[in-house]
Design a protein around this ligand. Structure first.
Ligand SMILES: Nc1ncnc2c1ncn2[C@@H]1O[C@H](COP(=O)(O)OP(=O)(O)OP(=O)(O)O)[C@@H](O)[C@H]1O
Length: 249
């Protein structure tokens, strides 16, 4: 089943909690280096799906290969080959910028030599020379997010999973964050990103839209707008999500 052109292959992947089906037979492939947007209203099942893809939660049924590794059997291999960033799980606020980079680099298995080089490069690239020895808690949110993303790709993983990475910042700061995403994608890293911001959906190569646990649409932003005959992704999303039954949105 493993196809080398894809970094994610999911087939009829489902997750049940008791009698409730949070993720309902989702099937999709993500091409290596692609920026893949994973959209859906609150409660659609995005986080549950992403946790299965990261090897953090066992599926109830279906198949998935992440960087060629099986989500049932090879969860440790998956964890070594991915990066992960979410609003909830992020940097240590009580460590400095440099300490955070070294800490995560160490977890990802970088050598001391690599750690030294990588942290210098990263600090220079982000323009954080003045802040390197300051506590992360003192940085503005937008900088924390950029640093957090850079740390998640420090070990050059095959795929990086981003769970609402830019929540709470303005469009200009989001745009700067997306420049980092483009750079990572150009280096061949696959980007799997959930977002509620439709301007960000426009930046993705392809997006899928989940409604009540199912993928209801999957295509490029341009094709989706054409198919629904609407001018913006906002309208596409509204057309699909307005029929959602789940009430926690
Ligand atoms: N451990 C659990 N036990 C029972 N139900 C759960 C559990 N985790 C999630 N759910 C339910 O599954 C559904 C999907 O939740 P999930 O968090 O995956 O949605 P989401 O699309 O990520 O939403 P949001 O955008 O709000 O994060 C929700 O109805 C949620 O209440």
């Amino acid at each position: 089943m493993a196809d080398p052109q894809f970094s994610i292959q999911a087939e009829k992947l489902s997750k049940h909690f008791g009698h409730f089906t949070a993720v309902n037979e989702i099937t999709f492939n993500v091409v290596k280096g692609e920026i893949f947007g994973f959209l859906g209203a609150n409660g659609a099942g995005k986080t549950t799906a992403m946790r299965m893809l990261c090897g953090l939660s066992k599926p109830s049924s279906g198949k998935a290969l992440i960087a060629g590794f099986d989500v049932y059997k090879n969860t440790e291999d998956i964890k070594r080959n991915i990066g992960y960033m979410s609003q909830k799980f992020s940097l240590y606020e009580d460590l400095t910028v440099l300490e955070n980079i070294r800490f995560y680099g160490g977890i990802y298995g970088l050598s001391n030599e690599q750690l030294k080089n990588k942290s210098e490069q990263l600090i220079t690239r982000l323009g954080l020379q003045q802040e390197a020895k300051k506590l992360v808690s003192s940085l503005p949110l937008g900088w924390k997010q950029k640093l957090s993303f850079s740390v998640a790709v420090l070990h050059e993983p095959q795929i990086v999973f981003l769970d609402e990475p830019t929540g709470g910042v303005d469009p200009v700061t989001r745009r700067q964050f997306w420049n980092l995403i483009y750079e990572a994608s150009a280096r061949g890293i696959t980007i799997f990103v959930t977002t509620h911001y439709m301007d960000e959906a426009e930046y993705c190569n392809r997006i899928s839209i989940m409604v009540d646990g199912k993928i209801e649409a999957l295509d490029t932003p341009a094709n989706l707008k054409q198919r629904f005959n609407v001018p913006s992704m906002d309208d596409v999303f509204y057309q699909l999500a307005r029929g959602a039954q789940r009430t926690d949105n």
